[in-house]
Design a protein around this ligand. Structure first.
Ligand code: F6R
Length: 609
């Protein structure tokens, strides 16, 4: 949420910042701005709207090798040029990602020093505070500032009298740094740094990075040099580009078979039987012994992956498993102890509520395991154990390939766990693993039918309300289908456990209302068909999704459209059915002429609560 970048080196900073901001735009896109050191001092340019608008506004004479840039997702203060970053006060110009919670009280104090905020943002108090404390010693001013700030922040700061130097500090919000022959750069995430290097480090919290043309010096707040842990990424620039697809979302939908294979490969150890193997992840079977309760907590799509995980784990382990929305969990009073295993799920690894849930779980003595996509992210670093998904960079705000990679991680985890505690034999696990191994191929088959989903989406395009119904794993998938549809098409939609509809919501199902009914699970198939008949009887326009082999059961007239997923064990049906729901959402959004990759009001990586 909010993208920040800093560059100091031998290239044209203005151009580098714009390129970086365009890559970070998915983190927020209501306004943008840059500040650069030039011969005339620090020059700031801001603009409302997307980065392309800012680029058009930049004066050609803005020659610089060092600057900072920001693309905003508004939290405090509306969308306006004055609220856009960078913010400036006296000697200090800075950009910020995060939220300063005590800004109100600080603003009152600072007003007494003659500094009055111009904007409605929480950020401006940080720049005012820093300016009030800056007497020529950057570290001293930073020490005094962070002592007073409550909340989360990643700052990139320029002091007017320290030309071609950028100071960075963070707490809670992410910041990664890299250096190359072309210069040194910092950003909210690696996507914007990849053109310089694949080697990077995460700036440790409460430490200061001083970025200059040739080096990044990291010290603690007392000035003691520290050596941050170097990391490297295993994907390249092309993974973060559209590669001929019209949108990132469509590209990412197509990348799913590969991302699942990448997630499976390091854990697929073949011997007499195929068993999931977490030795490279440092997860021993011992973790699974003596677990009395499992809690899965996450937000949005990641939480929906957790809903699927809950059903699988509970079904095979016979241990109570619950799924909690992270923002509720963190302020609840969860009953946890050393026999509890808390599983956190997050693509970005930076989601503020999920991170807070993790910290609470640890505080309560639970063991923590996270399923995370971004290497070295806060959630990954702070969890006791990490099971990385290898989906690669996900740029579209609507999550697709990260979701199915998260499902893959849950399947692996469930099978290994069940084996470790003796609920499944090696042979049984091996059978499941063979099925999991084939999922990528089945998804490819599904993708071959994309024109069918494209055509069908025309029927959804005019809808105002829409319902997804399903039972068991299909209900968990319905929740994901619904969020995907509403976030990018702006059509109101709800997911319902099919049996629950008649307890109230059925009153909303009237003539022509689309209902997407998932009936891929054999044990509840006949019940689902009855529910489909119920909505059909009320005039709903039904799109029914079943598995190959069930065609005969689907009587004439039961649905308006029938989509068939390839035959597989029931447990793997969500992977292929997910492709249908993602494509329906994607094409419907396109037909409605919307910004598929950057839907209104949303942003990727929600680092504020
Ligand atoms: C929806 C979507 C969001 C995220 C949620 C959690 O398509 O992407 O609902 O799933 O914000 O984000 P992460 O997984 O980064 O913690």
């Amino acid at each position: 949420m909010c993208g920040i970048i800093g560059f100091c080196g031998y290239l044209n900073a203005k151009e580098e910042l714009i390129k970086g901001l365009a890559e970070l735009e998915y983190r927020g896109y209501d306004s943008a701005g840059i500040a650069c050191f030039t011969d005339r001092g620090i020059e700031v340019v801001k603009s409302v709207g997307k980065v392309a608008g800012l680029e058009n506004k930049l004066p050609p004479q803005m020659e610089s090798g060092c600057g900072i840039g920001h693309t905003r997702w508004a939290t405090h203060g509306g969308v306006s040029e004055v609220n856009a970053h960078p913010h400036r006060c006296g000697n200090v110009t800075l950009i910020h990602n995060g939220i300063i919670e005590n800004y109100h009280e600080l603003a009152k104090e600072l007003e007494k020093t003659g500094r009055t905020p111009l904007s409605q943002t929480d950020t401006e108090v940080a720049v005012m505070l820093l300016d009030s404390l800056y007497k020529g010693d950057a570290l001293e001013a930073l020490r005094g500032t962070v002592e007073r700030l409550e909340g989360a922040y990643a700052f990139c700061i320029m002091f007017a009298d320290r030309k071609d130097e950028i100071y960075c500090i963070r707490k809670g919000s992410p910041l990664v740094c890299c250096s190359s022959e072309e210069g040194c750069a910092v950003a909210s995430d690696m996507v914007a740094l990849l053109r310089y290097s694949k080697e990077y480090f995460v700036l440790p919290e409460h430490q200061v990075a001083k970025v200059t043309k040739n080096a990044i010096l990291v010290t603690d707040l007392e000035g003691m040099e520290v050596s941050p842990v170097m990391l490297s990424i295993n994907w390249d620039m092309s993974a973060a580009q559209k590669n001929g697809f019209k949108h990132y979302m469509l590209k990412e939908i197509h990348e799913q078979p590969e991302s699942i294979r990448r997630t499976l490969a390091p854990r697929m150890k073949k011997g007499e039987y195929i068993l999931p193997d977490f030795s490279e992840d440092g997860i021993e079977d011992e973790l699974f012994l003596n677990v009395g309760r499992i809690v899965i907590t996450a937000c949005g799509t990641a939480m929906h992956a957790g809903m699927m995980g809950r059903i699988l784990l509970e079904r095979l382990l016979r241990i109570p498993v619950s799924v909690e929305i992270a923002s509720e969990f963190r302020y609840g009073e969860p009953i946890l102890n050393e026999k509890s295993l808390v599983i956190l799920v997050s693509q970005s690894g930076e989601t503020a509520d999920t991170l807070a849930a993790l910290r609470l779980a640890k505080e309560k003595g639970a063991k923590t395991l996270s399923v995370v996509n971004v290497k070295g992210s806060s959630i990954a670093r702070e969890s006791d154990y990490v099971l990385y998904t290898h989906a690669g960079p996900e740029i579209a705000v609507a999550s697709t390939k990260a979701y199915t990679a998260q499902l893959t991680a849950f399947y692996l985890l469930t099978f290994r766990f069940a084996y470790a505690v003796g609920k499944l034999t090696a042979k049984e696990v091996s059978g499941y693993m063979q099925g999991l191994n084939e999922v990528g191929e089945l998804m490819e088959k599904m993708l071959e039918q994309k024109d069918r989903m494209k055509e069908l989406s025309k029927r959804l395009t005019p809808a105002q309300d829409l319902f997804f119904i399903g039972r068991s794993l299909d209900y968990a998938l319905s929740c994901e289908g619904s969020i995907k549809l509403k976030e990018i098409t702006y059509i109101h939609s709800e997911a319902y456990a099919a049996g629950e509809l008649k307890h109230g919501t059925l009153s909303l199902v009237t003539g022509g209302v689309p209902v997407i009914a998932l009936a891929t699970q054999s044990d509840v198939f006949s019940k689902m068909i009855s529910n489909v008949k119920e909505v059909r009887a009320r005039g709903a326009m039904v799109i029914l999704i079943t598995k190959e082999g069930n065609e005969a059961v689907v009587e004439n007239g039961i649905c308006d459209e029938h989509l068939v997923i390839p035959a597989s064990h029931d447990v793997f049906a969500p992977f292929t059915a997910a492709v249908i729901l993602q494509l329906l959402a994607y094409y419907t959004s396109s037909y409605r002429g919307l910004d598929v990759d950057q839907p209104r009001n949303l942003a990727k990586s929600v680092t504020v609560e």
